[in-house]
Design a binder for this molecule. Structure first.
Ligand code: IPM
Ligand code: MG
Length: 361
């Protein structure tokens, strides 16, 4: 296959980790006879530095012309970076939100898996994680608080800020369907997370999810309030298969889920629209504090590239090969600093990429 991949290296550790993922993809191409053609795209701080805005119309158009986009991370240190002296709509994050919306990437898949090899990095007690866990967070990505009307106004001499949380039934139905479809390929359980004891948007969410569930009689559905879910994730993470939730809850719960797997540096993600197109990025941030030091963990980005092979290109064998290579490197004891534990061998970003690429077979 001949595939066109948009590459947003981004900010912070982004360029380092994306370089390693491209190295692994190139090896996949060589081994399996595909050619990947990369188009570099600027977004976030890197785009502000060149164009004064975090995302240009030209970049959106270029991204749309690709088969999929691989992204590192965007954003910098909010206290020290000049990007954060710009108004909110011109900051790095605004670029990410805009590209999600423009490309209609409403379905964000964030798998959280505890690898046997990384048990030592998991902060939970062993009796809780015994046997490992494997969940998929299905986060709605183009609605809710992130895209509702917002404003800050002075009312009777008092500064007041508004953010509105809006969902219509169509938006809920399409993400719920995705959640149930994925559950059918997994352990057939969906935990729909909301705050239906308080929010109208959650009550509509629950109603629509139940309607969708009736089309999937084999899938067990349960509803869980978001505060309880935050607690259950550390109390008994094994209970989860697919967690289906709205944008803001998914943002928070996916960071929590990543930490119980041991490191945010291990978590891949895919953001998909109605077609095969997707944007693939690690769940972690740009980590400006460790940028440029060659110590960042590239595995989340490499696993995101594997998701790209699987979901956008239907190259399952190739995706398996990447995941197997990651497992092999871990089982041989190689670790970046974030997942380092006693008796293992600490290596840097580049070496990790080399090893994984070398194990593609
Ligand atoms: C994420 C990030 C983004 C989000 C930020 C950078 C806007 O935290 O992808 O989880 O909140 O969606
Ligand atoms: Mg987040």
């Amino acid at each position: 296959m001949n595939l066109k991949i948009g590459v947003i290296k981004g900010d912070g550790i982004g360029p380092e980790i994306v370089t390693e993922a491209m190295k692994v993809l190139n090896q996949v191409g060589e081994t399996y006879g595909h050619s990947f053609d990369y188009t570099q795209l600027l977004m976030g701080g890197a785009s502000i530095d060149v164009h004064g805005v975090p995302l240009t119309d030209e970049t959106v158009a270029a991204a749309k012309s690709c088969d999929a986009v691989l992204m590192g991370s965007i954003g910098g240190d909010a206290k020290t970076s000049p990007w954060y002296r710009l108004e909110p709509s011109k900051r790095p994050e605004a670029g990410l939100l805009r590209i999600r919306k423009e490309l209609n990437l409403f379905a964000n898949l964030r798998p959280a898996v505890l690898y046997d090899e990384l048990k030592g990095a998991c902060p939970l007690k062993e009796e809780i994680t015994e046997g490992g866990f494997d969940m998929m967070i299905m986060r709605e990505l183009t609605g809710g608080l992130y895209f509702g009307e917002r404003k800050t106004v002075e009312e009777d001499g008092v500064m007041t800020a508004y953010d509105s949380l809006t969902y219509n039934e169509k938006e809920i139905r399409r993400i719920a369907k995705r959640g149930f479809d994925i559950a059918m390929k997994r352990r057939k359980k969906v935990t729909s997370v909301d705050k239906a004891n308080v929010l109208d948007s959650s009550r509509l969410w629950r109603k629509v999810v139940e309607e969708v569930a009736s089309e999937y009689p084999e899938v067990a559905l349960e509803h869980m309030l978001v505060d309880n879910c935050a607690m259950q994730l550390v109390k008994d993470p094994k209970q989860f298969d697919v967690i289906l939730t709205e944008n803001m809850f998914g943002d928070i719960l996916s960071d929590e889920a990543s930490m119980v797997t041991g490191s945010i540096g291990m978590l891949a993600s895919a953001s998909l629209n109605e077609t095969k197109f997707g944007l693939y990025e690690p769940s972690g941030g740009s980590a400006p504090d460790i940028a440029g030091r060659g110590i960042a963990n590239p595995i989340a980005t490499i696993l995101s590239a594997a998701m790209m092979l699987r979901y956008s290109f239907d190259l399952d064998k190739e995706a398996d090969a990447v995941e197997q290579a990651v497992l092999r490197v871990l089982s041989e004891g190689y670790r970046t600093i974030d997942i380092m534990s006693e008796g293992k061998q600490q290596i840097g970003t580049e070496k990790m990429g080399d090893l994984i690429a070398g194990y593609i077979e």
